[in-house]
Ligand binder design. Structure first.
Ligand code: NAD
Length: 440
Protein backbone atom coordinates (compact mmCIF):
# COMPACT_ATOMS: atom_id res chain seq x y z
CA UNK A 1 0.00 0.00 0.00
CA UNK A 2 1.38 3.41 -0.84
CA UNK A 3 2.25 5.96 1.79
CA UNK A 4 -0.44 8.24 3.16
CA UNK A 5 -3.49 6.71 1.42
CA UNK A 6 -6.78 7.12 3.25
CA UNK A 7 -7.46 3.38 3.37
CA UNK A 8 -4.35 2.53 5.35
CA UNK A 9 -5.26 1.09 8.79
CA UNK A 10 -3.28 1.99 11.94
CA UNK A 11 -1.75 -1.50 11.75
CA UNK A 12 -0.64 -0.81 8.14
CA UNK A 13 0.91 2.53 9.13
CA UNK A 14 2.85 1.05 12.03
CA UNK A 15 4.01 -1.92 9.93
CA UNK A 16 5.17 0.40 7.14
CA UNK A 17 7.13 2.57 9.57
CA UNK A 18 8.60 -0.44 11.33
CA UNK A 19 9.86 -1.84 8.03
CA UNK A 20 11.53 1.50 7.27
CA UNK A 21 13.01 1.70 10.78
CA UNK A 22 14.51 -1.76 10.40
CA UNK A 23 16.44 -0.69 7.33
CA UNK A 24 18.48 1.38 9.81
CA UNK A 25 18.15 4.59 7.84
CA UNK A 26 16.69 6.66 10.67
CA UNK A 27 19.86 6.03 12.72
CA UNK A 28 22.21 7.83 10.39
CA UNK A 29 23.23 11.19 11.87
CA UNK A 30 23.32 12.98 8.51
CA UNK A 31 19.80 11.78 7.78
CA UNK A 32 18.51 12.80 11.20
CA UNK A 33 19.97 16.25 10.64
CA UNK A 34 18.46 16.42 7.16
CA UNK A 35 15.00 15.49 8.44
CA UNK A 36 15.20 18.06 11.24
CA UNK A 37 16.29 20.66 8.70
CA UNK A 38 13.26 19.78 6.56
CA UNK A 39 10.99 20.12 9.58
CA UNK A 40 12.53 23.53 10.21
CA UNK A 41 11.89 24.46 6.57
CA UNK A 42 8.24 23.44 6.92
CA UNK A 43 7.90 25.90 9.80
CA UNK A 44 9.74 28.77 8.14
CA UNK A 45 8.38 28.34 4.60
CA UNK A 46 4.80 27.42 5.52
CA UNK A 47 4.49 29.27 8.82
CA UNK A 48 1.78 31.54 7.43
CA UNK A 49 -0.43 28.54 6.55
CA UNK A 50 -0.03 27.24 10.08
CA UNK A 51 -0.72 30.70 11.54
CA UNK A 52 -3.89 30.93 9.47
CA UNK A 53 -5.04 27.53 10.76
CA UNK A 54 -4.29 28.61 14.34
CA UNK A 55 -6.40 31.71 13.81
CA UNK A 56 -9.28 29.57 12.53
CA UNK A 57 -9.06 27.13 15.44
CA UNK A 58 -8.25 29.40 18.36
CA UNK A 59 -8.45 33.00 17.19
CA UNK A 60 -4.69 33.13 17.74
CA UNK A 61 -3.08 36.30 16.43
CA UNK A 62 -0.31 35.91 13.88
CA UNK A 63 2.15 37.39 16.35
CA UNK A 64 1.18 34.90 19.04
CA UNK A 65 1.15 31.99 16.55
CA UNK A 66 4.74 32.75 15.57
CA UNK A 67 5.97 33.51 19.08
CA UNK A 68 4.44 30.56 20.93
CA UNK A 69 4.26 27.88 18.27
CA UNK A 70 6.21 28.37 15.04
CA UNK A 71 9.30 30.29 16.18
CA UNK A 72 9.31 28.38 19.45
CA UNK A 73 9.59 25.07 17.58
CA UNK A 74 12.21 26.47 15.18
CA UNK A 75 14.36 27.46 18.17
CA UNK A 76 13.93 24.02 19.70
CA UNK A 77 15.07 22.42 16.41
CA UNK A 78 18.04 24.81 16.09
CA UNK A 79 19.12 24.03 19.64
CA UNK A 80 19.07 20.33 18.79
CA UNK A 81 20.76 20.67 15.38
CA UNK A 82 23.67 22.58 16.95
CA UNK A 83 24.27 19.98 19.67
CA UNK A 84 23.02 16.62 18.41
CA UNK A 85 26.36 15.20 17.34
CA UNK A 86 27.87 15.96 20.74
CA UNK A 87 24.88 14.55 22.59
CA UNK A 88 25.23 11.29 20.66
CA UNK A 89 28.88 10.78 21.63
CA UNK A 90 29.24 7.50 23.55
CA UNK A 91 29.63 8.28 27.24
CA UNK A 92 32.51 6.41 28.88
CA UNK A 93 31.98 4.76 32.26
CA UNK A 94 34.74 3.66 34.66
CA UNK A 95 35.09 -0.10 35.16
CA UNK A 96 35.75 -1.86 38.49
CA UNK A 97 39.26 -3.19 39.20
CA UNK A 98 38.25 -6.81 38.57
CA UNK A 99 37.53 -5.84 34.97
CA UNK A 100 40.86 -4.08 34.45
CA UNK A 101 41.62 -3.92 30.73
CA UNK A 102 37.97 -3.66 29.76
CA UNK A 103 36.21 -0.46 28.77
CA UNK A 104 32.61 0.54 29.34
CA UNK A 105 30.37 3.14 27.77
CA UNK A 106 26.75 3.96 27.03
CA UNK A 107 25.18 4.75 23.68
CA UNK A 108 21.78 6.30 22.97
CA UNK A 109 19.86 3.75 20.98
CA UNK A 110 16.76 4.75 19.00
CA UNK A 111 13.62 3.06 20.33
CA UNK A 112 11.86 2.22 17.04
CA UNK A 113 8.37 3.42 16.11
CA UNK A 114 6.99 6.00 18.53
CA UNK A 115 3.57 7.61 18.83
CA UNK A 116 3.10 11.31 19.60
CA UNK A 117 -0.43 12.39 20.61
CA UNK A 118 -0.97 16.15 20.81
CA UNK A 119 -3.69 18.38 22.28
CA UNK A 120 -5.45 21.37 20.73
CA UNK A 121 -4.17 24.33 22.74
CA UNK A 122 -0.72 24.69 21.13
CA UNK A 123 -1.42 22.23 18.35
CA UNK A 124 1.71 22.99 16.30
CA UNK A 125 4.30 23.22 19.05
CA UNK A 126 2.97 20.30 21.08
CA UNK A 127 3.00 17.98 18.08
CA UNK A 128 6.18 19.09 16.34
CA UNK A 129 8.51 19.65 19.32
CA UNK A 130 8.13 16.00 20.43
CA UNK A 131 8.31 14.86 16.78
CA UNK A 132 11.61 16.75 16.47
CA UNK A 133 12.92 14.99 19.58
CA UNK A 134 11.84 11.60 18.26
CA UNK A 135 13.54 12.22 14.89
CA UNK A 136 16.70 13.52 16.56
CA UNK A 137 16.82 10.26 18.51
CA UNK A 138 16.60 8.26 15.27
CA UNK A 139 13.05 6.94 15.48
CA UNK A 140 10.16 6.57 13.08
CA UNK A 141 7.13 8.58 14.27
CA UNK A 142 3.36 8.40 14.08
CA UNK A 143 2.01 11.89 14.82
CA UNK A 144 -1.60 12.27 16.00
CA UNK A 145 -2.77 15.91 16.06
CA UNK A 146 -5.85 16.95 18.05
CA UNK A 147 -9.22 16.78 16.33
CA UNK A 148 -10.30 19.77 18.44
CA UNK A 149 -8.01 22.03 16.39
CA UNK A 150 -9.25 20.73 13.00
CA UNK A 151 -7.72 23.37 10.72
CA UNK A 152 -4.29 22.91 12.29
CA UNK A 153 -4.66 19.13 12.22
CA UNK A 154 -5.49 19.27 8.50
CA UNK A 155 -2.57 21.64 7.79
CA UNK A 156 -0.12 19.38 9.61
CA UNK A 157 -1.47 16.28 7.86
CA UNK A 158 -0.94 18.04 4.52
CA UNK A 159 2.48 19.55 5.23
CA UNK A 160 4.37 16.88 7.15
CA UNK A 161 4.28 14.33 4.29
CA UNK A 162 5.32 17.07 1.91
CA UNK A 163 8.48 17.83 3.89
CA UNK A 164 9.43 14.60 5.65
CA UNK A 165 10.10 11.02 4.57
CA UNK A 166 6.63 9.44 4.47
CA UNK A 167 7.94 6.03 5.35
CA UNK A 168 9.38 7.19 8.66
CA UNK A 169 6.89 9.92 9.64
CA UNK A 170 3.13 9.41 9.34
CA UNK A 171 0.27 11.63 10.41
CA UNK A 172 -2.93 9.97 11.58
CA UNK A 173 -5.79 12.41 12.08
CA UNK A 174 -8.88 11.73 14.13
CA UNK A 175 -10.55 11.65 17.52
CA UNK A 176 -11.35 8.95 20.04
CA UNK A 177 -12.03 6.01 17.65
CA UNK A 178 -8.91 6.64 15.56
CA UNK A 179 -6.71 7.17 18.62
CA UNK A 180 -8.15 4.07 20.30
CA UNK A 181 -7.32 2.05 17.18
CA UNK A 182 -3.79 3.46 17.13
CA UNK A 183 -3.29 2.68 20.80
CA UNK A 184 -4.08 -0.99 20.15
CA UNK A 185 -0.84 -1.19 18.13
CA UNK A 186 2.55 -1.91 19.62
CA UNK A 187 4.75 1.18 19.82
CA UNK A 188 8.20 1.54 21.34
CA UNK A 189 7.24 4.73 23.15
CA UNK A 190 4.07 6.78 23.51
CA UNK A 191 4.36 10.51 24.13
CA UNK A 192 1.00 11.97 25.15
CA UNK A 193 0.12 15.58 25.95
CA UNK A 194 -3.36 16.36 27.26
CA UNK A 195 -5.64 15.81 30.23
CA UNK A 196 -5.04 13.22 32.94
CA UNK A 197 -8.24 11.24 32.27
CA UNK A 198 -7.06 10.37 28.77
CA UNK A 199 -3.53 10.03 30.18
CA UNK A 200 -4.81 7.06 32.19
CA UNK A 201 -6.38 5.54 29.04
CA UNK A 202 -3.09 5.95 27.16
CA UNK A 203 -1.09 4.39 29.97
CA UNK A 204 -3.49 1.44 30.29
CA UNK A 205 -3.26 0.78 26.54
CA UNK A 206 0.54 1.07 26.66
CA UNK A 207 0.72 -1.38 29.57
CA UNK A 208 -0.64 -4.15 27.34
CA UNK A 209 2.55 -3.97 25.26
CA UNK A 210 4.85 -2.84 28.10
CA UNK A 211 5.36 0.34 26.12
CA UNK A 212 6.95 3.19 28.09
CA UNK A 213 5.01 6.45 28.19
CA UNK A 214 5.67 10.11 28.67
CA UNK A 215 2.59 11.89 29.97
CA UNK A 216 2.59 15.68 29.69
CA UNK A 217 -0.49 16.60 31.71
CA UNK A 218 -1.80 19.74 33.42
CA UNK A 219 -3.35 20.74 36.72
CA UNK A 220 -3.78 23.81 38.87
CA UNK A 221 -0.48 25.71 38.83
CA UNK A 222 -0.39 28.16 41.77
CA UNK A 223 1.25 31.59 41.91
CA UNK A 224 2.32 32.80 45.34
CA UNK A 225 2.62 36.57 45.63
CA UNK A 226 4.56 37.69 48.67
CA UNK A 227 3.85 40.87 50.56
CA UNK A 228 6.06 43.82 49.75
CA UNK A 229 6.59 42.96 46.07
CA UNK A 230 6.16 45.47 43.25
CA UNK A 231 2.57 44.61 42.40
CA UNK A 232 2.47 46.55 39.14
CA UNK A 233 5.26 44.37 37.72
CA UNK A 234 3.82 41.20 39.24
CA UNK A 235 0.35 41.95 37.84
CA UNK A 236 1.72 42.70 34.35
CA UNK A 237 3.62 39.39 34.29
CA UNK A 238 0.79 37.36 35.77
CA UNK A 239 -1.76 38.81 33.36
CA UNK A 240 0.36 38.27 30.26
CA UNK A 241 1.09 34.65 31.32
CA UNK A 242 -2.47 33.91 32.31
CA UNK A 243 -4.35 35.45 29.41
CA UNK A 244 -2.05 34.28 26.61
CA UNK A 245 -4.10 32.00 24.33
CA UNK A 246 -7.15 33.03 26.41
CA UNK A 247 -5.77 31.12 29.38
CA UNK A 248 -5.64 27.80 27.50
CA UNK A 249 -2.04 27.08 28.44
CA UNK A 250 -0.99 24.05 30.48
CA UNK A 251 1.51 26.10 32.53
CA UNK A 252 -0.71 29.17 32.93
CA UNK A 253 -0.91 30.42 36.50
CA UNK A 254 -4.21 28.78 37.53
CA UNK A 255 -4.79 30.73 40.74
CA UNK A 256 -3.05 33.24 43.00
CA UNK A 257 -2.29 32.87 46.71
CA UNK A 258 -1.63 36.05 48.69
CA UNK A 259 -2.31 37.51 52.13
CA UNK A 260 -5.45 39.67 52.40
CA UNK A 261 -3.66 43.02 52.11
CA UNK A 262 -1.55 41.96 49.13
CA UNK A 263 -4.56 40.27 47.49
CA UNK A 264 -6.63 43.48 47.57
CA UNK A 265 -3.93 45.63 46.00
CA UNK A 266 -3.01 42.88 43.51
CA UNK A 267 -6.62 42.57 42.32
CA UNK A 268 -6.65 46.27 41.36
CA UNK A 269 -3.21 45.99 39.74
CA UNK A 270 -4.40 42.98 37.71
CA UNK A 271 -7.44 44.88 36.44
CA UNK A 272 -5.11 47.66 35.25
CA UNK A 273 -2.71 45.14 33.69
CA UNK A 274 -5.53 43.49 31.71
CA UNK A 275 -6.52 46.89 30.31
CA UNK A 276 -2.89 47.63 29.40
CA UNK A 277 -2.72 44.34 27.50
CA UNK A 278 -6.04 44.27 25.67
CA UNK A 279 -7.60 47.74 26.07
CA UNK A 280 -10.94 48.48 27.69
CA UNK A 281 -12.74 45.82 25.65
CA UNK A 282 -10.70 42.68 24.96
CA UNK A 283 -13.36 41.44 22.51
CA UNK A 284 -12.03 43.90 19.93
CA UNK A 285 -8.34 43.32 20.66
CA UNK A 286 -6.57 41.51 17.80
CA UNK A 287 -4.22 40.02 20.40
CA UNK A 288 -6.86 38.23 22.45
CA UNK A 289 -7.86 34.65 21.60
CA UNK A 290 -11.06 32.65 21.78
CA UNK A 291 -12.21 29.51 23.61
CA UNK A 292 -11.66 26.38 21.55
CA UNK A 293 -15.26 25.09 21.49
CA UNK A 294 -18.74 25.42 23.05
CA UNK A 295 -18.14 22.63 25.55
CA UNK A 296 -15.16 24.41 27.08
CA UNK A 297 -16.98 27.76 26.79
CA UNK A 298 -19.96 26.45 28.79
CA UNK A 299 -17.67 24.85 31.36
CA UNK A 300 -15.78 28.12 31.85
CA UNK A 301 -18.91 30.27 32.09
CA UNK A 302 -19.97 27.97 34.94
CA UNK A 303 -16.80 29.01 36.83
CA UNK A 304 -17.41 32.76 36.55
CA UNK A 305 -19.78 32.87 39.54
CA UNK A 306 -17.08 32.17 42.14
CA UNK A 307 -15.89 35.04 44.38
CA UNK A 308 -16.10 38.74 43.50
CA UNK A 309 -15.48 39.85 39.90
CA UNK A 310 -12.71 42.46 39.83
CA UNK A 311 -12.53 42.72 36.05
CA UNK A 312 -14.06 40.78 33.15
CA UNK A 313 -16.97 38.37 33.37
CA UNK A 314 -18.40 39.33 29.96
CA UNK A 315 -18.90 36.46 27.52
CA UNK A 316 -20.44 35.74 24.13
CA UNK A 317 -21.19 32.14 23.13
CA UNK A 318 -21.49 32.85 19.40
CA UNK A 319 -17.98 34.32 19.43
CA UNK A 320 -16.67 31.83 22.02
CA UNK A 321 -15.38 34.93 23.77
CA UNK A 322 -14.80 35.17 27.50
CA UNK A 323 -13.27 38.41 28.77
CA UNK A 324 -10.05 38.21 30.77
CA UNK A 325 -11.52 37.78 34.24
CA UNK A 326 -10.03 38.28 37.70
CA UNK A 327 -11.96 36.97 40.71
CA UNK A 328 -11.12 38.06 44.27
CA UNK A 329 -12.15 36.63 47.67
CA UNK A 330 -12.52 33.18 46.14
CA UNK A 331 -13.35 30.40 48.60
CA UNK A 332 -10.99 27.40 48.37
CA UNK A 333 -13.92 25.03 47.82
CA UNK A 334 -15.67 27.11 45.13
CA UNK A 335 -16.20 25.57 41.64
CA UNK A 336 -13.33 27.54 40.10
CA UNK A 337 -10.93 25.94 42.60
CA UNK A 338 -12.11 22.36 42.05
CA UNK A 339 -10.68 21.73 38.57
CA UNK A 340 -7.96 23.02 36.27
CA UNK A 341 -9.44 26.24 34.83
CA UNK A 342 -7.75 26.20 31.41
CA UNK A 343 -9.35 29.47 30.40
CA UNK A 344 -9.16 33.23 31.03
CA UNK A 345 -10.28 33.22 34.66
CA UNK A 346 -7.83 34.07 37.44
CA UNK A 347 -9.03 33.53 41.02
CA UNK A 348 -7.24 35.05 43.99
CA UNK A 349 -7.41 33.03 47.18
CA UNK A 350 -6.28 34.66 50.39
CA UNK A 351 -4.02 32.85 52.83
CA UNK A 352 -2.57 34.15 56.08
CA UNK A 353 1.03 33.78 54.94
CA UNK A 354 3.66 31.44 53.54
CA UNK A 355 2.93 28.52 55.90
CA UNK A 356 -0.70 28.47 54.84
CA UNK A 357 0.24 28.87 51.16
CA UNK A 358 2.59 25.89 51.33
CA UNK A 359 -0.04 23.80 53.11
CA UNK A 360 -2.64 24.85 50.51
CA UNK A 361 -0.38 23.72 47.65
CA UNK A 362 0.58 20.45 49.35
CA UNK A 363 -3.06 19.60 50.11
CA UNK A 364 -3.68 19.42 46.35
CA UNK A 365 -2.31 17.45 43.37
CA UNK A 366 1.27 18.19 42.40
CA UNK A 367 1.06 21.00 39.81
CA UNK A 368 2.86 21.29 36.48
CA UNK A 369 4.33 24.65 37.50
CA UNK A 370 4.73 26.70 40.65
CA UNK A 371 5.22 30.45 40.41
CA UNK A 372 6.56 32.67 43.15
CA UNK A 373 6.86 36.44 43.25
CA UNK A 374 9.04 37.37 46.18
CA UNK A 375 12.24 39.24 46.98
CA UNK A 376 12.87 37.15 50.06
CA UNK A 377 15.46 34.38 49.56
CA UNK A 378 14.11 32.40 52.49
CA UNK A 379 10.62 32.38 50.96
CA UNK A 380 12.08 31.12 47.67
CA UNK A 381 14.09 28.46 49.47
CA UNK A 382 11.08 27.25 51.46
CA UNK A 383 8.82 27.07 48.40
CA UNK A 384 11.51 25.15 46.51
CA UNK A 385 12.17 22.63 49.25
CA UNK A 386 8.70 22.25 50.76
CA UNK A 387 6.56 21.86 47.61
CA UNK A 388 6.68 19.57 44.58
CA UNK A 389 5.85 20.64 41.02
CA UNK A 390 6.94 19.86 37.46
CA UNK A 391 8.85 23.13 37.21
CA UNK A 392 9.26 26.42 39.03
CA UNK A 393 9.12 29.97 37.71
CA UNK A 394 10.45 32.59 40.09
CA UNK A 395 9.29 36.05 39.07
CA UNK A 396 7.92 35.09 35.62
CA UNK A 397 5.26 32.60 34.53
CA UNK A 398 5.57 30.29 31.49
CA UNK A 399 9.11 31.26 30.46
CA UNK A 400 10.87 28.26 32.03
CA UNK A 401 9.57 26.11 29.19
CA UNK A 402 11.37 28.27 26.64
CA UNK A 403 14.74 27.24 28.08
CA UNK A 404 15.69 24.26 25.93
CA UNK A 405 18.35 23.17 28.42
CA UNK A 406 15.70 22.68 31.11
CA UNK A 407 13.58 19.51 31.20
CA UNK A 408 9.89 20.23 30.71
CA UNK A 409 7.42 17.87 32.33
CA UNK A 410 5.19 17.18 35.29
CA UNK A 411 5.27 15.12 38.45
CA UNK A 412 2.51 13.07 40.03
CA UNK A 413 -0.88 14.09 38.65
CA UNK A 414 0.78 16.65 36.30
CA UNK A 415 2.63 13.94 34.40
CA UNK A 416 5.67 11.72 34.09
CA UNK A 417 8.82 12.08 32.05
CA UNK A 418 10.01 15.21 30.34
CA UNK A 419 11.40 16.63 27.10
CA UNK A 420 12.97 19.63 25.30
CA UNK A 421 16.53 19.78 24.05
CA UNK A 422 18.72 17.00 25.34
CA UNK A 423 15.87 15.66 27.48
CA UNK A 424 13.88 14.86 24.34
CA UNK A 425 16.78 12.77 23.10
CA UNK A 426 16.86 10.90 26.42
CA UNK A 427 13.09 10.37 26.32
CA UNK A 428 13.08 8.93 22.82
CA UNK A 429 16.25 6.81 23.24
CA UNK A 430 17.34 3.82 25.22
CA UNK A 431 20.63 4.35 27.01
CA UNK A 432 22.36 1.10 26.14
CA UNK A 433 25.18 -0.14 28.36
CA UNK A 434 28.20 -1.62 26.57
CA UNK A 435 31.10 -3.47 28.23
CA UNK A 436 34.00 -4.28 25.94
CA UNK A 437 36.42 -6.89 27.28
CA UNK A 438 39.47 -7.87 25.18
CA UNK A 439 39.76 -11.55 24.21
CA UNK A 440 43.08 -12.91 25.40
P1 NAD B 1 -7.46 17.09 23.64
O1 NAD B 1 -8.94 17.01 23.92
O2 NAD B 1 -6.99 17.58 22.32
O3 NAD B 1 -6.89 15.63 23.91
C1 NAD B 1 -5.52 15.34 23.78
C2 NAD B 1 -5.33 14.19 22.80
O4 NAD B 1 -5.92 13.01 23.34
C3 NAD B 1 -6.00 14.44 21.45
O5 NAD B 1 -5.08 14.11 20.41
C4 NAD B 1 -7.20 13.53 21.48
O6 NAD B 1 -7.55 13.05 20.20
C5 NAD B 1 -6.74 12.39 22.35
N1 NAD B 1 -7.85 11.71 23.01
C6 NAD B 1 -8.98 12.28 23.51
N2 NAD B 1 -9.78 11.34 24.05
C7 NAD B 1 -9.15 10.15 23.90
C8 NAD B 1 -9.46 8.79 24.26
N3 NAD B 1 -10.58 8.47 24.89
N4 NAD B 1 -8.55 7.85 23.93
C9 NAD B 1 -7.41 8.16 23.30
N5 NAD B 1 -7.06 9.42 22.94
C10 NAD B 1 -7.92 10.39 23.21
O7 NAD B 1 -6.73 18.01 24.69
P2 NAD B 1 -7.06 18.20 26.23
O8 NAD B 1 -6.87 16.94 26.99
O9 NAD B 1 -8.32 18.96 26.43
O10 NAD B 1 -5.85 19.19 26.56
C11 NAD B 1 -5.89 20.00 27.65
C12 NAD B 1 -5.17 19.36 28.82
O11 NAD B 1 -3.83 19.09 28.44
C13 NAD B 1 -5.07 20.27 30.02
O12 NAD B 1 -5.20 19.50 31.18
C14 NAD B 1 -3.67 20.82 29.90
O13 NAD B 1 -3.12 21.28 31.10
C15 NAD B 1 -2.92 19.67 29.35
N6 NAD B 1 -1.75 20.12 28.61
C16 NAD B 1 -0.54 19.76 29.07
C17 NAD B 1 0.59 20.22 28.41
C18 NAD B 1 1.97 19.86 28.86
O14 NAD B 1 2.88 20.12 28.10
N7 NAD B 1 2.15 19.27 30.03
C19 NAD B 1 0.45 21.01 27.28
C20 NAD B 1 -0.82 21.33 26.84
C21 NAD B 1 -1.92 20.86 27.50
Amino acid sequence: MSAGTAVETPADVVARLRTAFRTGRTRDLARRTAQLTRLRALLTERGDELAEALRADLGKSRKEAYRTEIDFTVREIDHTLERLEGWLEPEPAPVPAVLAGATAHTVQDPLGVVLVIAPWNYPVQLLLAPVAGALAAGNAVVAKPSELAPATSAALARLLPEYLDRDTVAVVEGGVPETTALLAERFDHIFYTGNATVGRIVMAAAAKHLTPVTLELGGKSPAFVDRGTDLKTVAARLASGKFLNAGQTCVAPDYVLADPETAGALADALAAAVEDLFGEDASVSPEYGRIVNERHFDRLVGLLGSGRTVTGGAHDRDEKYIAPTVLADVAPDSPVMREEIFGPVLPIVTVRGLDEAIAFINDRDKPLALYAFTQDPSVRARLLSETSSGGVGMGLPLAHLTVSDLPFGGVGESGMGNYHGRYSLETFSHRKAVLDTPLG
